[in-house]
Write a protein that binds this ligand. Sequence first.
Ligand SMILES: [Zn+2]
Length: 392
Amino acid sequence: MWATSIMVYRPYRATYHDMCRFHSEDYIDFLKRVTPLNVQTFTKSLTHFNVGEDCPVFDGMFDFCSMYTGASLEGAVKLNNKHCDIAINWSGGLHHAKKFEASGFCYVNDIVIAILELLKYHQRVLYIDIDIHHGDGVQEAFYLTDRVMTVSFHKHGNLFFPGTGDMYEIGADSGRYYSVNVPLKEGIDDSTYMSVFKPVIQSVMEFYQPTCVVLQCGADSLGSDRLGCFNLSVKGHGECVQVVKEYGLPMLVLGGGGYTKRNVARCWTFETSVLLNEQISNEIPYNEYLEYFAPDFSLHPDISTKQENLNTKQYLDYIRQTTHENLKNLIAAPSVQMHDVAPDLLSLENTEEPDPDVRMSEEDMDKRVEPANEFYDGEKDNDKENEGFLDV
Ligand SMILES: [Zn+2]
C-alpha cells in the first residue's frame, strides 16, 4: 500500500459548445430553452427529442446536464495532463443519451464527450459498463471505430430496457469486434458475475491494450435495486472496480443508474475507498442522512434477494467462449495513427495543488472552475456523425 491522496473539486460546467461535440445543435438548443413553465410550447420537440416520459423536463435541467457533463470532461482533461491517475465523477455516467435524443433518464452523454477528449491524448480508450442496463448510447457513438472499445455487462432479454446489447452486436466497419456485449440473465450473484467479468476483462486487456479506461459503475446492478433484477453485493460490485484498477491504467470512474438510493450511496462510498486503497469501517459514521441507513447503519448489509440466478454454468461458458473468439479476431493493439491533436477543451492554467489541510473558502473553490467561455474549435459533422456514429 502507498499513500494516495484525494482532491475534491467544484467542477467545470460544460457549455453548449462542449455538448455539441457529440449532440446535434438543435437538440442541445432545445434542452437549453425548455423549462417546466414553457413546456407546452414545445409539444412537437418533446416527441422529436424523446423528452417527457422517461426523461421529464424539470427545473434546472440544463444546469444539471452542464454540471455532470463538465465534471466528466474536466476529469478527462486532468487525466490527459497527468494531473491525476484516477478521476471520479459519481454524478456522471449517463450512458443512454443519443446524439439527437434523450433516453432512459439520460439527456447529455457525458461519457461520449469525455472519451472524445481522452482520444486527443490516447490511442485506444477502453469503456467498461457495469450498470444493469446496456450502455447503448456509448456503444452507438463509437460503433464504427477501433479507437474506442466498449464492453457492457448487462441484463438482456424479456424486453428489459433498452433492448439492445446481445452478444452479436460486435461493431461494424473499422469498429468490427470493438464492441463487446455480455448479456446476462436475472439474479446473477457476486461469484457468478466475477466468473465472467474477470476473464472477459483479461482478454480485452490482452487483445486491445488500451492506454486508458473509462468505467461506468451504475449501481442498479446491486441486489434490491428498485428497477434492477441482479443480485450483486456492494463488495461484489466494488470488486469489479478493484479488478479494473489493478491494471494500473489511467481511469475515469463514473456513476450511472441506481434506484435504491441508500445502496447507491453505500456502493460509491465503498468504491471510492477501493480506488484510494483505503480500508473504511463497516459502521457508517454519524451524518445528517444516517436515518436512511437504518436499521443496521452499516456499509455492507445483506442486500441479496431471493431472486433465482438464471445464469447457468453452460450459459456463462458459452458467453465467455464467444467473447473470447470474437476478441481473437482483433489485430492485437492496432497502431492507430495519432491525429493532429486539437486544442484542449479546457485550459488548466492554475494547476498548483493547494495544501489539503487548509480548508478552502467557496470563493477559492470557485476560482478552480475554469471559465465557461473557453472556445472550442469544433470539427464539422460528416455523414457518419449525422447518423449518430462518430468518426474518430
Ligand atoms: Zn441502469
